[in-house]
Design a protein around this ligand. Structure first.
Ligand code: GLA
Length: 391
């Protein structure tokens, strides 16, 4: 079933109302959208949630659920043109609701960690639920990835696009202010890319850090580990952490450390080195400080190349940082899509973000949003291939 956007520009609606126009200069690209909508299943409270599938002319597809504004599947061609699903996930919304891995979810209100679940804003101390040892992780016990969002087809000539909105109440998971969040996923029409645009407004000062938590395996989900993937991180510094993965507040140069991915390097080469930071992360689970023109300009964050499939992923963002997480908590106990078992380090995340624990670090780029201001953030995940023998 094709879903159609019911929004008609106000002027056209007014003319229609007056009976002045009989032939409209439509259908628009919106009306031509072939976005597929299907029932995904029910969550615990009985609500039904849906799955929307966006496609482009190259055969790439992205399936997104309004449960958690979650990217459920992403099928992209390999070097032989064969489509493969390169993100981890589950088959049912109930699994997403019960899951602890945040597969593909939209993370908020605050992605990553806030130390001891506490921060002070405008002289008021806010206390958040602790769901990661002594800290708050990914927005608390029931973050944005476990909420039902309102979906709408906003496709245009730029590509099929799904808008998801969510109103997070004042005090939800301990955060101040009613926050209106909008996430638009666009499957780009003329290249194999997914673009995610975030906007948010608040009625009270608040903190926020929005990201997408997709787990990638460019050989295909459930298809071995990612230790041979070659990664480049366009970042000369990272934020070292303590044993609970809270930044120390310092920025550390990556040179001469296992955190130097300025040149392409297989993820597995140094992952088990005797290094305190790697020990704390059980591998890579750190925030890199991106070398961009300015922290908020749209620029390249990361590139990953899988020699097996030839697939290349390039991540660009307007965020100042990226959390590179090497799937260290995956342990073969999670059964994902189509019965695939997700083994240790069988996927990696590139979570574009502001730095962890920024509300408690005055020298990090601010994550405070004021009323009457709109937060804008964009991340693009672009896929290409490298043919065998290409350099
Ligand atoms: C983020 C965190 C990790 C882990 C994953 C989810 O990447 O930094 O420590 O919690 O999410 O498992």
């Amino acid at each position: 079933m094709a879903i159609r956007n019911a929004r008609i520009p106000a002027m056209v609606a007014a003319l229609l109302f007056l009976g002045a126009v009989t032939t409209l200069p439509y259908p628009t690209a919106e009306a031509k959208s072939k976005m597929q909508k299907q029932a995904f299943g029910k969550i615990q409270d009985g609500q039904s949630v849906d799955l929307y599938t966006l496609a482009n002319k190259y055969g790439m597809t992205a399936a997104i659920s309004n449960f958690g504004a979650t990217l459920v599947s992403l099928k992209v061609p390999d070097r032989d043109g064969k489509l493969g699903d390169v993100v981890l996930g589950y088959d049912t919304p109930a699994d997403y609701e019960n899951g602890k891995a945040y597969f593909g979810g939209t993370i908020g209100r605050y992605g990553n960690r806030i130390a001891h679940g506490k921060f002070t804003l405008d002289g008021v101390v806010y206390t958040l639920p602790l769901n990661d040892g002594p800290n708050t992780l990914h927005g608390g016990v029931r973050g944005f990835n476990k909420r039902v969002w309102t979906a709408q087809d906003v496709s245009s000539s730029a590509g099929e696009a799904l808008e998801l909105t969510y109103a997070s109440k004042d005090g939800e998971e301990g955060f101040p202010g009613t926050l209106l969040v909008k996430v638009v996923y666009t499957l780009v029409a003329d290249e194999n890319a997914v673009r995610i645009d975030y906007t948010a407004t608040t009625d009270k000062d608040t903190v926020l850090n929005l990201t997408n938590h997709s787990y990638f395996n460019l050989s295909g989900q459930g298809n071995g580990d990612i230790l041979q993937h070659q990664l480049t991180l366009f970042a000369s510094q990272f934020t070292p952490v303590d044993v609970t993965l809270i930044p120390t507040g310092k920025l550390q140069d990556v040179h001469n450390t296992p955190f130097d991915f300025l040149q392409p390097m297989a993820i597995g080469v140094r992952i088990n080195m005797a290094d305190e930071q790697l020990k704390f992360g059980r591998g890579y689970d750190h925030n890199w400080v991106l070398d961009k023109k300015s922290p908020s300009s749209l620029g390249l964050a990361a590139r990953a190349y899988d020699p097996q499939s030839g697939r290349i992923l390039e991540v660009s963002t307007t965020e100042p940082g990226v959390q590179f997480y090497s799937g260290n908590f995956l342990d073969g106990t999670v059964h994902g899509k189509h019965g695939k078992v997700y083994a240790y380090r069988s996927a990696f995340c590139l979570e574009t973000q502001h730095f962890p624990d920024s509300p408690n670090e005055k020298d990090f780029p601010s994550t405070v949003l004021h009323p009457r201001k709109t937060l804008h953030s964009t991340s693009i995940y672009k896929f290409t291939v490298q043919k065998a023998g290409d350099k």
